[in-house]
Design a protein around this ligand. Sequence first.
Ligand code: PMP
Length: 368
Amino acid sequence: PLAPSRPVPRPGVLAIEAYVPGKSGAPGLAKVHKLSSNETPLGPSPKAVAAMRAEAAKLELYPDGTATRLREAIATRYGLDPARIVCGAGSDELLSFLAYAYLGPGDEGIFTEHGFLVYRIAILAAGGTPVVVKERDLRADVDALLAAVTARTKIVYLANPNNPTGTYLPFDEVRRLQAGLPPHVLLVLDGAYAEYVRANDYSAGLDLVLEANNVVMTRTFSKIHGLAALRVGWMVAPSEVADAVNRIRGPFNLSGAGIAAGAAAIADDAHVAAAVAHNDTWLATMTDAVRDLGLAVTPSVANFILVHFPAEPGRSAAEADAFLTTRGVITRRVSSYGLPDALRVTIGGEEANRAFLDALTAFVRGET
Ligand code: PMP
């Protein structure tokens, strides 16, 4: 057969649907309340900003390719061995690297029905086959996950709390999942929203990583630490997994600014505590207020809520989204997560939260 007349991506690449980020503005409106990307209303720690600024004096120098300062700061904060920590340009980079290191053509990667879209992209980009498992009440179903494992399964991704549902899987269930997996299957616990969780069993996830040799936890500086623009994430993993990912990652995958800001942010416990306290208050207030309007809200332990709308003309999620946008309130449609009748709404600052509740009230009352 003739060779193609132009470069052609290898099989599978064009089957990937590119990630489409949420809206960040509204046409014609100068000021919007952006509640679409689970960003923190408190912003980053001032110490992180100062550390980032100091990096401006040495932009011509390559950053430390091993991000040692950041790994040590994380290790100190959580009592971990820095050798088992790998940092990424956002945790999504690490989620991808794990797929590239452990999956190939013919292999399967498992995630839940309403799991983070990056899992699918990472598995397909690695040449593997995504296997999507049904949830129960918008929550991971451990029995169904275990039933989906085959001889070709190499990786299981589980976000806890999950995005976009905000639901939490108690740790005994996570442990049951790990215990039921064949030892060669890598379990990736995605803790992007870990800091918001108030359940007293959450830190057991880190313990499981330390005990088992097939469990990884990924974390991010994008959410509670307010450094999304700098792209900083990390994972703690068994040494062999950390070694594999270190072989795959780019030599300087984090910026100097990201390393410095992350190290300062993780040491600022007071800033994190303020963000958690703010979230606790407003998560409850927003959930109750939306329910009072007659709309269902999935119980969330994260910094966002999933609001369900009736699939009826005049009341639908699509129409609510359009209406809220005209009022300058930007939320996230989650049709791409298989949830066409819901909107995901970030817990923002007081002004944004009130603007959202006012606009939603007007929508429910049929105002135009
Ligand atoms: N995991 C989950 C569940 C997320 O919601 C996100 C952010 N949307 C990420 C990972 C990736 O975040 P980042 O790459 O900014 O660390």
